[in-house]
Design a protein around this ligand. Structure first.
Ligand SMILES: CC(C)(COP(=O)(O)OP(=O)(O)OC[C@H]1O[C@@H](n2cnc3c(N)ncnc32)[C@H](O)[C@@H]1OP(=O)(O)O)[C@@H](O)C(=O)NCCC(=O)NCCS
Length: 156
């Protein structure tokens, strides 16, 4: 997968962390949710666990990071997180190239489908995914629990 003219696409590296975090923070009001899994060691661990799948795009001149996506898999399904493109570089095909590079990597690894989480209030993000041919599964909900939360009381 190549980036649109004027940009360079490559796999994300641990050294991209500061710039990627700054981009995600700039997009926090638009649907990028940052939490305890976005610390430097957590992202380094994610990249090490999923080598070559997460992507970044830089301007060819200036080498500014203007797009990023985390991509990984659990052996059954692929997952995308934190797709973001800097506001002044949107609508140039950067998100499409980031996503396609991740999907290509998953496909080569034999992962047949890819999922992502989208805030229900992120209407622009949803429009993007639908435009790109992704299907919103309205028959599914995300169910979550902290791994350190106490178990429910035993019934007597
Ligand atoms: C959503 C986002 C990643 C799109 O990035 P982008 O680089 O502008 O997208 P692309 O240029 O690759 O767009 C690919 C196609 O989708 C279309 N598109 C882009 N954003 C769109 C939107 N909000 N609604 C509808 N279509 C959209 C483009 O026009 C293009 O289609 P075309 O080739 O037919 O013209 C970017 O707007 C962003 O970072 N938003 C904030 C963070 C976010 O919401 N991320 C997704 C949640 S996980």
């Amino acid at each position: 997968m190549t980036a649109p003219a004027g940009y360079a696409l490559r796999a994300m590296e641990a050294s991209d962390y500061d710039e990627a975090l700054a981009l995600w923070q700039a997009c926090a009001g638009e649907g990028i949710g940052l939490n305890e899994s976005d610390t430097r060691p957590a992202i380094e661990g994610y990249l090490a666990r999923n080598p070559g799948l997460s992507q970044v795009v830089h301007t060819a001149q200036g080498h500014r990071l203007v797009g990023a996506v985390l991509c990984g898999h659990d052996g059954r399904r692929g997952y995308l997180h934190h797709l973001a493109v800097a506001a002044d570089h949107r609508r140039r095909g950067l998100a499409r190239s980031l996503v396609q590079a991740g999907l290509d990597g998953l496909h080569e690894m034999g992962i047949p489908k890819c999922n992502l989480f989208l805030y229900s209030h992120n209407h622009a993000g949803r429009d993007f995914w639908i435009h790109e041919g992704w299907a919103a599964r309205d028959d599914l909900v995300v169910i979550q629990r902290g791994t350190d939360s106490p178990p429910p009381p035993v019934r007597s």
